[in-house]
Design a protein around this ligand. Structure first.
Ligand SMILES: Cc1ncc(COP(=O)(O)O)c(C=O)c1O
Length: 209
């Protein structure tokens, strides 16, 4: 296991403190130093094995180093394929993935927009909602976490994740409790759009699920 240990935990903590912003916080007095990972398992520097029920906060949805993904990545790297290209240039994977996603999604959902993070995905959701409704207000749940960008942070309702204070960026955000779908639906009535067609549209979506 020592093969995987190039820095001690103390060195990592000290280096992070010196060279990274304080918002990159480890929260724990003695944070877990993850040295190795395979599928649903992670190991610390002492070789202790853990079941990873955290998934990198939902970002490692396919597990760590899944053999099929690893094989494809290794082949790609060995062939000196590009690590990244702008969408202005052509490269197979993005088109291939979009076509695969389209096969998995319900009829009518045939176009993908890829992002690097949950925050960007939520930014896109806000943009699409605004374009579709031609309104700017957003209903966000109390106690919610939606991301670390300016747009998504305006929806976040946890003081620990609202860096830089509120500074007016929450304008147009309506907060509603989420004690259940029925209460959400009722409380949303107060901020429904004026146009009857739009009101019906929003109501219909609140009834879904
Ligand atoms: C519910 C939820 N929304 C949004 C995000 C933001 O995702 P990211 O950190 O990838 O930007 C997270 C990340 O923890 C999340 O848990």
């Amino acid at each position: 296991m020592s093969d995987y240990k190039s820095m001690t935990s103390e060195e990592i903590v000290a280096t992070r403190k010196q060279h990274m912003l304080p918002s990159v916080n480890h929260w724990f007095r003695k944070p877990l130093h993850v040295a190795k990972a395979s599928m649903q398992w992670v190991w610390d520097t002492e070789g202790k094995k853990y079941l990873d029920a955290f998934g990198g906060i939902v970002t490692i949805s396919a597990g760590h180093n899944h053999p099929r993904i690893k094989k494809r990545m290794m082949k790609w790297i060995e062939e000196d394929r590009p690590q990244h290209t702008t969408v202005f240039f052509l490269s197979e994977p993005v088109a291939e993935l979009a076509a695969r996603v389209a096969k998995l999604t319900p009829p009518g959902l045939k176009r993908a927009f890829f992002t690097n993070s949950g925050s960007e995905a939520n930014e896109m959701a806000i943009l699409l909602a605004r374009q579709y409704t031609r309104r700017t207000e957003i209903i966000a749940l109390k106690h919610a976490y939606h991301g670390g960008t300016v747009g998504t942070m305006s929806l976040v309702a946890q003081h620990t994740w609202k860096w830089g204070g509120h500074a007016g960026q929450d304008r147009g955000v309506h907060r509603r409790a989420d004690p259940g779908r029925r209460r959400l639906r009722d409380s949303a009535e107060g901020v429904l759009p004026a146009h009857p067609r739009d009101r019906e549209e929003v109501r219909r979506h609140l009834y879904l699920g």
